[in-house]
Write a protein that binds this ligand. Structure first.
Ligand code: FES
Length: 118
């Protein structure tokens, strides 16, 4: 991971604050999600139609479905396996499943996806 971080010019302070460079923004098509492995966790990053990003844990709490492959709108992602829905902002389920963890994520000025882990 440190080699990826150094390429993007993140400072040591940034790394200690839990910032991770996941790669180029264009890996995630608009309106879709992609899963990334970060520090042993699977994180689903979504690129909304307004261009903003959201990040949630990538494993559905219902039966382990691939959240990054879910269908999204501006507010919700729906798990592809049994259609439980989760708020993209909070990870809370709107259909009675357990919550997904949500993470701060943004794109930097150079088109890299920056994720913050606690
Ligand atoms: S595994 Fe996601 S809804 Fe069942």
């Amino acid at each position: 991971m440190s080699t990826g971080l150094s390429k993007t010019g993140l400072s040591d302070a940034g790394q200690s604050a839990g910032l991770h460079v996941l790669g180029r923004l264009d890996q995630v098509p608009v309106g879709e999600g992609r899963a990334f492995g970060v520090d042993g966790e699977q994180i689903a990053v979504f690129r909304l139609r307004d261009g903003s990003l959201r990040a949630l844990s990538a494993v559905c709490p219902h039966k382990g479905g691939p959240i990054a492959d879910g269908t999204i709108d501006q507010a919700l992602v729906m798990c592809p396996l049994h259609q439980h829905s989760f708020e993209l902002d909070t990870g809370c389920s709107t259909t009675g499943a357990g919550p997904l963890r949500s993470y701060p994520v943004h794109a930097d000025g150079e088109g890299n996806i920056i994720l913050q882990l606690p």
